[in-house]
Design a protein around this ligand. Sequence first.
Ligand code: FES
Length: 144
Amino acid sequence: MPEPYSERVMDHFKNPRNVGEIENPDGVGKIGNPVCGDIMEMYIKVKDNVIVDAKFKTFGCGAAIATSSMITEMVKGKTIEDALKISNKAVAEALGGLPPVKMHCSVLGEDALKSAINDYLIKKTGKGLPGWKPRSEEGHHGKH
Ligand code: FES
């Protein structure tokens, strides 16, 4: 069978970076996809508006693990504003692409990051991301 995943996806799946939890995190995000049942948790540490550390725990498919590994690498050293600009497509591109049926797994990654930032902002300013709702948890119609 031909390998449907890029080498980079396989690398991040087999050797995920930044797995685990951060002690006393500044923001925690937890997102689940109601369709596949996969769950992602993300932890961020923020100093002077810059994400200095990010870790994750993903109970899910290989593409979700690879996405969370990549996104935690991408956000480190970024300001909150720049981190918010990271789209699931950008993460999928950085991984050398994902099969179309696996794009929702990268949405889970983007959502988990935004959820962690949302949590950070609520703790810091009392207000979260204006109008933000996780795309992964939006209503899905039917059973597939
Ligand atoms: S199949 Fe659920 S996140 Fe990939």
